[in-house]
Structures are given as structure tokens and as C-alpha cells.
Design a protein around this ligand. Sequence first.
Ligand SMILES: Nc1ncnc2c1ncn2[C@@H]1O[C@H](COP(=O)(O)OP(=O)(O)OP(=O)(O)O)[C@@H](O)[C@H]1O
Ligand SMILES: [Mg+2]
Length: 113
Amino acid sequence: MKRIEAIIRTGRLEDVKLSLEQAGISGLTCEPVRGFGRQQGQTGGFGGSNYALNLVPKTRVEVVLPDDQVESAIDIIIQAAQTGEMGDGKIFVTEVLQAVRIRTGERDEAALS
Ligand SMILES: Nc1ncnc2c1ncn2[C@@H]1O[C@H](COP(=O)(O)OP(=O)(O)OP(=O)(O)O)[C@@H](O)[C@H]1O
Ligand SMILES: [Mg+2]
């Protein structure tokens, strides 16, 4: 199992969520976050003399899923979240050691399906 963490534009959340739902993913967590990338939160157009580091609002989407669904989920997120402009966000993938559905005690992939 893997955990996909996608930091996306908040305005792309609905599309990302819908596309993942249509692909059959069975759960998702999202939350508002703030951060910066390599432009350090600069949006440009203000002369550049004030280089205070800005924290830009984004949305973090988290999905835990079986290994064999990771690549397609990444493709789906890119498809739904990409504008081609700076600040489209990032996707991070990490290992998940265990999953448990609390209601039934089901474990791992059975807890995800
Ligand atoms: N290395 C990182 N670690 C954790 N969060 C990050 C990292 N890079 C970006 N983020 C998060 O993703 C958000 C969007 O990043 P952003 O898309 O601007 O990345 P970038 O590397 O600057 O790419 P681009 O050049 O396309 O803007 C940031 O505001 C921050 O919340
Ligand atoms: Mg950036």
C-alpha cells in the first residue's frame, strides 16, 4: 500500500476528487494547507524588491491505495490538477505499513476496498 499526498491548487480540488471517485478509489482526505515552492511564494509582478517569503494557500489531498493503483492515480491527479503555470503543486508517494477499517477490523487491502 502507498500513500499519495498531492498538494494542489484549491480550485482544482473538485476535479481531482471527481476524477478519483470515477476511477473507483474508495476514500480520500483533504485539508487546507499553506506552503511555498521554488518561487518561495512569489507571485511576480510586484517589482521583486520585496522578497518576503509568502505562504501560499493550497489543498492537500491524501489517498491510501494498493500499489497497483498508484501510477494511474498519479496520472489522474496530474490530468485534473495541471494548468501548466507555476504553482500547480507536487505529488509525494510513501509506503503505508498497515490499514485497518475500524468498524470491522479488516486489515490492509481489505480495509481499502
Ligand atoms: N519540496 C516540497 N516539500 C513539501 N511541500 C512542497 C515542496 N515543494 C512544494 N511544496 C508544496 O507545494 C506547493 C506548490 O508548490 P509549487 O507547485 O509552487 O512547486 P514548485 O517546485 O515551485 O514548482 P513550479 O515551478 O511548477 O511552481 C507549495 O506551496 C508547497 O505547499
Ligand atoms: Mg512554485
